[in-house]
Design a protein around this ligand. Structure first.
Ligand SMILES: *Cc1c(COP(=O)(O)O)cnc(C)c1O
Length: 401
């Protein structure tokens, strides 16, 4: 390979540095092997064990583990009774799944623009939009605040608005396990109906594919539990009809097969043991970036004092750059084997959502954010040397823009 005109440090960096990556150790591997040798690969004891451990970790009463956070979002919307004619609101700066879950239920989606300094849903805009919706009699049934980058939204304030305007709250905490809000773990549902987490390999802890919903509401828990497995119960106490015999099981609603395997649930338990270390490493990496890139053109998303972010993402925006400079930055960094990424393409600008009537200009702060931001590599095994390399290449490219 030839790298014309590029720096020495680039020549040294031959391995691609992704923006995120799992951390698997021998204990993780052993825990999976143990399940493979056991009687149950699925519907065995590991799933409930994993759920219990997540409940104690996030301090929620109940949890339902499933095969992805996308499934968890769908299940949560169903449990909250979202249906045709209803509205679900979320942020445009999220993964499409936060909005798609409403579409699965036949409901409508709308968005609330972000606060560009935090990247999170703007509470001023939310309040304004709710007031208009109240007058027009089209208040949302569900709001999905997204804890972008692992940084919790202001849940106390969102909870106050939910009481005033009578909507339900599903926290999309896909990025945020291991994070805290007002010194309490994200997912404790003090200010929401349900919280969901993702265990995709780029997230804080992984089960391969996987997700979980947490709640303190027993009735929501029971609904989600049924929904995960076809709407079927084998629990005699819950039967609607009298059991004709020991073979009997009962389908009570229309569910899906969203079950997680015991293999994945065992990996999740093993990963959970190291979560504090993972989050500490991510916070340390983030701090190193901030110390190295401390000129005024570099903006990192703001984290409020009452939040401890899990720092799933380190998102940098560069003040005053235009879209072509933004694109150049991406291309130059990728050339240098630095896997920067945009989190996210504003959801309303995807062809699917444009077809539903959304267009450019609808959410100006989200669009401005997407023209100037990128996620820098951040994961536990990222070395300080790699961070120094990345930061120095960012500075060099800035000078050539
Ligand atoms: C990753 C992610 C999801 C979906 O997670 P899966 O487990 O891959 O289904 C949903 N919302 C956000 C914000 C995410 O980052």
């Amino acid at each position: 390979m030839k790298h014309n005109g590029l720096s020495d440090s680039f020549k040294m960096q031959t391995k691609f540095i992704p923006y995120g990556k799992q951390d698997i150790n021998n204990n993780d591997i052993e825990s999976v092997i143990e399940v493979l040798k056991s009687d149950y690969l699925t519907q065995g004891p590991q799933v409930a064990k994993f759920e219990n451990k997540i409940c104690s970790f996030v301090e929620s009463n109940y949890s339902v583990a499933v095969n992805s956070a996308t499934s968890a979002l769908h299940m949560a919307c169903k449990a909250l009774g979202l249906e045709k004619g209803d509205f679900l609101w979320t942020s445009p700066i999220t993964f499409v799944a936060s909005a798609n879950c409403a579409r699965y239920c036949g409901a409508n989606v709308d968005f609330v623009d972000i606060d560009i300094s935090t990247g999170l849903i703007s509470l001023e805009k939310l309040e304004e939009k709710l007031e208009i919706a109240r007058k027009n009699n089209c208040l949302p049934k569900i709001l999905v605040p997204v804890h972008l980058a692992g940084t919790s939204c202001d849940m106390r304030k969102i909870n106050e608005l939910s009481k005033r305007y009578k909507f339900k709250i599903i926290e999309d905490a896909s990025h945020a396990i291991g994070g805290f809000y007002e010194s309490k773990p994200v997912g404790n549902c003090q200010f929401s109906d349900i919280a969901i987490f993702s265990f995709h390999p780029v997230k804080i802890i992984t089960t391969g594919e996987g997700g979980i919903a947490t709640t303190n509401n027993e009735s929501l828990y029971k609904k989600m539990n049924l929904f995960r497995s076809h709407g079927i119960t084998k629990n005699e106490d819950q039967f609607l009809f009298e059991s004709p015999g020991p073979w009997y099981y009962e389908q009570q609603s229309l569910g899906f097969n969203y079950r997680i395997t015991d293999i994945a649930a065992a990996l999740g338990q093993s990963q959970l043991k190291r979560i504090k270390n993972f989050v500490d490493c991510r916070n340390q990496n983030h701090k190193t970036y901030k110390n190295l890139l401390n000129d005024s053109q570099y903006n990192f998303l703001e984290i409020k004092d009452n939040v401890r972010s899990s720092l799933h993402l380190t998102i940098l925006s560069i003040k005053g750059i235009n879209s072509s400079q933004h694109k150049n930055y991406f291309m130059e960094l990728r050339k240098r084997n630095i896997g920067v990424q945009l989190h996210y393409v504003p959801v309303h600008l995807h062809p699917y959502y444009r077809k539903l009537g959304f267009k450019e200009g609808d959410f100006p702060q989200s669009e401005a954010y997407a023209r100037s931001s990128f996620s820098l590599p951040n994961y536990p095994k990222l070395s300080q040397k790699e961070i120094i390399y990345i930061a120095s290449e960012i500075e060099k490219i800035w000078k050539t823009l």
